[in-house]
Design a protein around this ligand. Structure first.
Ligand SMILES: Nc1ncnc2c1ncn2[C@@H]1O[C@H](COP(=O)(O)OP(=O)(O)OP(=O)(O)O)[C@@H](O)[C@H]1O
Ligand SMILES: [Mg+2]
Length: 510
């Protein structure tokens, strides 16, 4: 669809400044359509050809406060026959005029207000408001007030006072009329407040009748209104109001030419649109701090887990039974593993961790826990697992710890010469594959992990199959396994291969 800038460049001789004026007009005209409960079209006079000048629709807006008349998009189309006299008259006379037109596809006569758009004293376009009595709203106080506001804006447009010429920030975020509108008189006293505006004032704690009073008298922070009235230009700003409410306000002064006034312009009133954005801002702040908070929580969880493991270690020392000591020390080890995951999470932004950042310290822990210098065991890792969500990384770390511990406990007994334990990670097509291979004694040939009933493998089975929805296999090592892993096959025993697959969905590479 062609833009206003393109359409005017291709079809008119309007200057850059003039096009800029039209662009500022359409930037703000959602408010106008809302105040007049009607569709609006912006027409420009196309390059003079033979015969009459033609009118081109360069932009269109529909009201948020009423039913639209135009199902069709008119942008880029030439004027309808019945529009031409009104458009010409508004253009030539320079005054706002009313008339009746026929529009294809709309039953009955359509009312049209044609407003000349003046810039630097010259009419450069015509804005039309189009509505049908049949589709109009029942006129009440709100409707009458809004229409009279619209009429004042229409006068400003034809007098060249609207849109405002100054630099304007982005007003796309500005509140709309439907959010809450307050009409102010020349002294910035409330003349009218829409039901939504009254509700907004209630939230700020203003329940008194507001009519005839200044907003500041009511206890409302009226900084936006004051600066809009002082500077004779619209002000969009967010203000802190009583009751911890954050209000987004858009105040548009209504101006008139007045020779007696300084600058030749006087403020005859204003419109304040307002929206309660407290909840929005609270969520913004929450989002900003969410990441930091999550990391802080992981840090605290890690500290708490370390405290628990220290307490358990103290307790283990006081125990006399070796079996009890070993059991408590196992728990200490498991808790330390989980603490490690939280430590990693506390360092990384977001909920995902680079799995390798957890695997490396796990291998170090296993190495430290293996205290038999006479038969050294090397722990290494190959590949990385990509980034994993904490919900997968945590149980997987516990699983890995058990597997490494089993290698330490069962593969290199007294009398062996030590060896290697290698973890191979591969993250492909939504599946994480982990292989733990060692060149130790090996599990028995008929070993079945499903029937192993130690606590370690029970934890592994439960976490992998139930929690992670994955698979696990455990068997003796074969020559090709060792070749794949780059390990020389064991001289004694068969070594063990543990294969895990875990579905992880889509994961980002590191
Ligand atoms: N890598 C391995 N090599 C050889 N045997 C193993 C290996 N892993 C497990 N096993 C055998 O499976 C049994 C069950 O292992 P599991 O980890 O469940 O219990 P555990 O190691 O005996 O005790 P814990 O509960 O402290 O881990 C072990 O006792 C061991 O006989
Ligand atoms: Mg074990």
């Amino acid at each position: 669809m062609a833009t206003l800038a393109e359409l005017t460049r291709q079809n008119t001789v309007l200057s850059k400044e003039e096009v800029g004026h039209l662009q500022r007009l359409v930037a703000d005209w959602g408010m106008l359509a809302d105040f007049c409960f009607a569709d609006m079209l912006l027409h420009v006079r196309a390059l003079e050809g033979p015969g009459d000048a033609r009118w081109l629709v360069v932009d269109q807006v529909r009201p948020a406060t009423a039913q639209t008349l135009h199902i069709r998009d008119w942008i880029g189309s030439w004027e309808r026959d019945s529009d031409r006299p009104l458009l010409n008259e508004a253009y030539e006379g320079g005054e706002v005029i009313e008339g009746v037109v026929d529009i294809d596809g709309v039953a009955g006569p359509v009312q049209m207000t044609a407003i000349p758009v003046r810039h630097e004293g010259r009419v450069i376009a015509v804005l039309t408001r189009e509505w049908s009595e049949q589709k109009g709203r029942q006129p009440g106080l709100l409707e009458r007030t809004y229409l009279s506001i619209f009429a004042r804006f229409a006068s400003m447009i034809s007098a060249g006072l609207f849109p405002f010429s100054g630099r304007q920030g982005s007003i796309t975020a500005a509140p709309r009329v439907g959010d809450g509108a307050i009409v102010l008189d020349a002294g910035a006293r409330v003349q009218f407040a829409s039901p939504n505006a009254v509700s907004a004032l209630h939230r700020v704690g203003i329940t008194a009748n507001v009519l005839g009073l200044g907003l500041a008298e009511l206890g409302f922070n009226d900084a936006a209104v004051r600066s809009a009235f002082d500077r004779c230009e619209p002000v969009l700003e967010e203000s802190d109001q009583p009751s911890d409410i954050t209000m987004l306000e858009y105040c548009i002064p209504i101006l008139e030419h007045d020779q007696a006034a300084p600058g030749g312009i006087t403020v005859t009133g204003g419109v304040l649109l307002l929206r309660d954005v407290t909840e929005l801002r609270r969520r913004d702040r929450l989002l900003l701090s969410k990441d930091a908070t999550i990391r802080e929580i992981h840090h605290r969880v890690k500290n708490n887990l370390q405290t628990i493991s220290s307490l358990l270690r103290l307790q283990a020392r006081r125990l006399t039974s070796d079996e009890a000591k070993a059991a408590v020390n196992e728990s200490v080890r498991r808790i330390r593993t989980i603490a490690l995951v939280h430590e990693t999470l506390s360092r990384e932004p977001g909920d995902d961790v680079a799995f390798i950042e957890i695997v490396r310290p796990l291998l170090r822990l296993a190495e430290e826990g293996y205290q038999s210098p006479d038969r050294p065991v090397r722990f290494t890792v190959q590949g990385d697992g990509g980034k994993l969500p904490a919900t997968i990384a945590t149980p997987l770390s516990v699983v890995l710890t058990e597997l490494l511990q089993n290698a330490v406990d069962h593969e290199f007994p007294l009398g062996s010469t030590g060896g290697q334990v290698k973890v191979v990670l591969a993250n492909q097509a939504g599946t994480l594959r982990i292989r733990v291979i060692d060149d130790g004694l090996g599990v028995p040939a008929d070993f079945e992990i499903s029937s192993a009933n130690g606590l370690g493998l029970t934890i592994v089975r439960t976490l992998v199959t139930t929690e992670l929805g994955g698979t696990i296999e455990m068997r003796q090592g074969r020559n090709e396994d060792f070749a794949d892993a780059g390990i020389t096959p064991p001289a004694r025993g068969t070594g063990t291969v543990v294969d895990l697959t875990v579905p992880i969905g889509e994961s980002e590479p590191l």
